[in-house]
Design a protein around this ligand. Structure first.
Ligand code: CA
Length: 237
């Protein structure tokens, strides 16, 4: 590979550690930058934090199935390539996998050379992760927001965020899991001191909950901490 370019980044999701080790070793020999997780949950967490070019995804995983991970990735990371691995290898599984958006499919046990060729062929299709991701999504629950572009994608639909909504989300997200006081929000978002009329803040919180909470009356992500302020929580349940 060209030594002037950054190595292509591959994430392996495989619970069988001996298989993963073999893949990692061989991919690294080829000059790829490889990371490995053993379950779907860890894969989704890592994908939120880092960009990859290719996901090598085992179908049979202990928690979230490979097909569910695949479906999720297609929704939130449409440009990420997926090579699915399975021990089943029936046509039905192949079709199910491809229909959920896997770019290619390999049945176990497979030949390592073939695996490497498939990886190479897939990666030839697209530019690097660094150039393909022009936007920067932040995901929480079933929502994802692009705070640079001011876009929100939620189960209720897609919509534009106002500058103030983006500012407010930025403050809350930056301080995830911590209490942010009303005074701090008023200062950071509106640039006003806390002795100013504060209904505006309440109205914003109501609106954001309507956008992003499954049940706005029982908020999971934008919680009220009585007498102290608000707390943003990324995880659901
Ligand atoms: Ca497995």
């Amino acid at each position: 590979m060209n030594s002037n370019t950054a190595p292509r980044r591959i994430l392996i999701v495989e619970d069988e550690v001996h298989i993963a080790r073999g893949l990692i070793f061989n991919l690294e020999q080829e000059g790829y930058a490889v990371q490995h997780v053993e379950n779907g949950r860890d894969a989704l967490d890592l994908l939120d934090q880092e960009s990859f070019d290719l996901l090598v995804l085992d179908l049979m995983l202990p928690d979230i199935s490979g097909l569910d991970v695949c479906r999720h990735v297609r929704e939130y990371f449409p440009d990420l390539l997926i090579l699915m691995l399975t021990a089943l290898g029936t046509d039905e599984d192949r079709i199910a996998g491809l229909s959920r958006g896997a770019d290619d499919y390999l049945s176990k046990p497979f030949n390592l050379d073939e695996f490497l060729l498939r990886v190479k062929a897939l990666l030839r299709r697209v530019p690097t992760a660094q150039t393909q991701r022009s936007s920067n999504f932040y995901r929480f629950g079933d929502n994802r927001v692009d705070l640079e572009q001011g876009l929100a994608h939620t189960p209720r639909g897609d919509f534009d965020l106002t500058d103030l909504e983006v500012k407010m989300l930025n403050v809350l997200i930056k301080k995830a899991d911590q209490v942010v006081s009303r005074a701090e929000l008023l200062q950071e978002v509106w640039g006003v001191t806390p002795d100013t009329e504060t209904r505006t803040l309440d109205n914003f919180v109501v609106r954001l909950r309507k956008y992003f909470e499954k049940n706005p009356a029982r908020p999971v992500h934008i919680q009220t901490v009585r007498g102290r302020g608000y707390r943003f929580v990324r995880k659901q349940g």
